[in-house]
Ligand binder design. Structure first.
Ligand code: CDP
Ligand code: MG
Length: 136
């Protein structure tokens, strides 16, 4: 049975800075994740803090918010069959050194914090995260 989903992707500052946006978009296209909308922006630290609020109790929260707001990012809505899990698999493990071969984080991630991409982890969070960046 068909299960068309949408998920939120963020190309993080380390990858935008290294001009990897087009390479990463090609990977999405090859894996049947259609880019429904895309924009480049630079969030404030307060906006990053709101976006990552689920992590507010974690020791890395402050650095994470500082990092996401440190430079331009590209946010995208990806749509496809089982898009949430398809994209999570394609991203690879949070820490690039644990990520499987040919995943985006294995190919491009520099470290656990500069790991090049974000992807929603559930249907509920995908909806919230898409709405956060693409309110209409
Ligand atoms: O991004 P993902 O869903 O794989 O991981 P997460 O557990 O939701 O953590 C969000 C982000 O926080 C990660 O992508 C990392 O950039 C960062 N993080 C970190 O800097 N140090 C950690 N020990 C864990 C996560
Ligand atoms: Mg996460």
């Amino acid at each position: 049975m068909s299960n068309l989903e949408q998920t939120l992707s963020i190309i993080k500052p380390d990858a935008v800075e290294r001009n990897l946006t087009e390479e990463i978009k090609k990977i999405f296209n090859k894996n049947s994740l259609n880019i429904k909308d895309s924009k480049k922006l630079h969030v404030t630290k307060d906006e990053a803090a709101e976006f990552y609020r689920v992590h507010q109790s974690k020791p890395f929260y402050n650095d994470l918010c500082a990092y996401l707001s440190s430079g331009p990012i590209v946010v995208m809505i990806l749509e496809g069959e089982n898009a949430i899990s398809t994209y999570r698999k394609l991203m690879g493990a949070t820490d690039p050194k644990d990520a499987e071969e040919n995943t985006i984080r294995k190919l491009y991630g520099l470290s656990i914090d500069k790991n090049s991409v974000h992807g929603s982890d559930s249907l509920e969070n995908a909806k919230k995260e898409i709405n956060f960046f693409f309110k209409n």
